[in-house]
Design a protein around this ligand. Structure first.
Ligand SMILES: Nc1ncnc2c1ncn2[C@@H]1O[C@H](COP(=O)(O)OP(=O)(O)OP(=O)(O)O)[C@@H](O)[C@H]1O
Ligand SMILES: [Mg+2]
Length: 235
């Protein structure tokens, strides 16, 4: 299996559009990603940001067709094919939407899952290797990563409870069982260690309100930091 090298890690970069931000939410099913994205969108809009929420895979007509194909498949797709399918949808989303929209000042793009889902699902859980997924993402525009990623961490029991609560239908991923989910949590924890600057690992066992407060606090910090940086650059 390929080694995770500094050279591969150095290929990744966050977009440099002044005043605009690229964010993602990660975590296993039921972590609260969709719930918190709605809250964060409202918060950012109250601060006069233009907010676009995108989901992965999907977000473009081509990506939505790929999403359907992946979710509805009855036969197992090989990890490499799966990784390229997601990357293919992502490349299209970057070109068609993310990069164009971020060029408009005061825009925030929030992705419901992004590159870390590929690391965790295909790279780690399905055994393709993190380095292989990094390799796929080493060329522009796939090497573009969010400024900040919220990793909402819950345990597998909570995931099951929350999924039952909202009566989610069993789909391609959800039908995989407890061991599969446990492995995903290990994978996400590893990603938080590999990318400590970008990924904010948060205890998502707390109430929705507590979670929202912490997320908005982190966003205030990010916006504050970037403003300071821009100010320093102007001097
Ligand atoms: N902090 C929380 N405490 C209790 N329940 C929560 C919390 N956050 C979300 N929920 C509930 O758990 C369920 C799943 O939440 P949500 O749909 O936001 O998760 P998700 O991470 O988007 O899941 P998926 O990956 O399947 O889309 C919903 O019924 C939601 O109301
Ligand atoms: Mg969701």
């Amino acid at each position: 299996m390929k080694e995770i090298t500094q050279e591969l890690l150095n290929k990744l970069r966050s977009p440099a559009f002044p005043g605009s931000y690229f964010l993602s939410f990660e975590g296993i099913e039921g972590a609260g990603k969709s719930t918190q994205i709605i809250k964060l969108k409202t918060y950012l809009e109250s601060k006069n940001y233009r907010v676009l929420v995108l989901r992965e895979p999907g977000g473009t007509p081509f990506g939505e067709r790929l999403r359907q194909a992946i979710l509805e498949t009855k036969t197992e797709i090989t990890p490499l094919a799966e990784a390229y399918l997601f990357a293919s949808s992502r490349a299209q989303l970057l070109n068609e939407v993310i990069l164009k929209e971020l060029a408009v000042p005061n825009t925030v793009i929030i992705c419901d899952r992004y590159i870390d889902s590929s690391f965790v699902y295909q790279g780690f859980s399905r055994g393709l290797g993190i380095a292989e997924v990094l390799n796929i993402h080493s060329v522009f525009p796939l090497n573009i990563v969010p400024h900040l990623t919220f990793y909402l961490r819950i345990n597998v029991d909570t995931s099951e409870k929350r999924q039952k609560m909202r009566n989610a239908p069993k789909d391609y991923f959800e039908s995989k069982g407890v061991e599969f989910y446990k492995k995903l949590v290990v994978g996400y924890d590893m990603m938080a260690e590999l990318f400590p600057q970008r990924i904010l690992k948060m205890d998502a066992e707390v109430t929705t309100e507590q979670m929202t407060m912490q997320i908005c606090g982190a966003i205030d910090q990010l916006i504050g930091q970037k403003k300071t940086l821009q100010f320093e650059e102007e001097l």
